[in-house]
Design a protein around this ligand. Structure first.
Ligand code: FES
Length: 213
């Protein structure tokens, strides 16, 4: 089962916050995703058992919200905006180049399991087109070379400072740690963490990840 005895105890903490067990479904799905990298069939069964729901009820919620994944994702989820402003500024070329570099179709994960690449609709930062998001952080006005450079850094488990970062900070560098936080459990355990970036310098903000050679 995806949740071990230790994380089951944390799941009960979440459930106790609600008047009815079933109301804790969203946080429990985030917790499952933190542990497994996605909401697996085993996770759906476990959530149903924990919350007194049917598997169909859990599955209906897990498939309705796009933040819940039905396939495992890498430590870093790279989302390239494909909506008009970004597409006019070269996002399609960026997405294709990243998919080729990672050796996966869009929506897939590279062989090492580190980086997932996908296309998404508008990331609400159109003035920074073309925009790419890594987990929850935006990287804007990218050239294809800069986007490739950023992905090379992620493959080395390094997260360059996002475009508008306060002193290089990111919300949470690893997807698993981010989902742990979104479950409402606060500080993620060490085993789920990614590496935090160095403090941003002005040059880094201009050229996230640097140009690929
Ligand atoms: S069109 Fe890409 S961020 Fe809006």
């Amino acid at each position: 089962m995806p949740l071990t005895d230790e994380t089951l105890a944390r799941a009960e903490e979440l459930i106790a916050r609600y008047p009815e067990r079933r109301s804790a479904l969203l946080p429990i799905l985030f917790l499952l995703q933190a542990e497994d990298g996605y909401v697996s069939p085993a996770g759906v069964s476990q959530a149903a058992g924990l919350l007194g729901l049917t598997k169909a009820e859990v599955g209906a919620v897990a498939t309705f919200y796009t933040m819940f994944r039905r396939r495992p994702v890498g430590r870093y989820v790279v989302s390239v905006c494909r909506t008009l402003s970004c597409q006019l500024r070269g996002s399609r070329e960026i997405a294709d180049a990243l998919a080729e570099r990672l050796g996966t179709p869009l929506g897939g994960t590279d062989e090492s399991g580190m980086v997932t690449v996908e296309e998404v609709e508008c990331l609400a930062a159109c003035d920074g087109a073309p925009v790419m998001q890594v987990n929850t952080e935006n990287y804007e006005r990218l050239t294809t070379g800069q986007a490739l450079g950023l992905v090379e850094a992620l493959l080395r488990d390094e997260v360059p400072p996002p475009t508008f970062s306060a002193e290089g900070s990111v919300t949470e560098p690893s997807a698993a740690a981010l989902h742990w936080r979104l479950a409402g459990l606060g500080e993620p355990p060490e085993r789920l963490r990614g590496r935090r970036p160095e403090k941003a310098g002005p040059d880094q903000r201009e050229q996230p990840g640097g140009e690929a050679q």
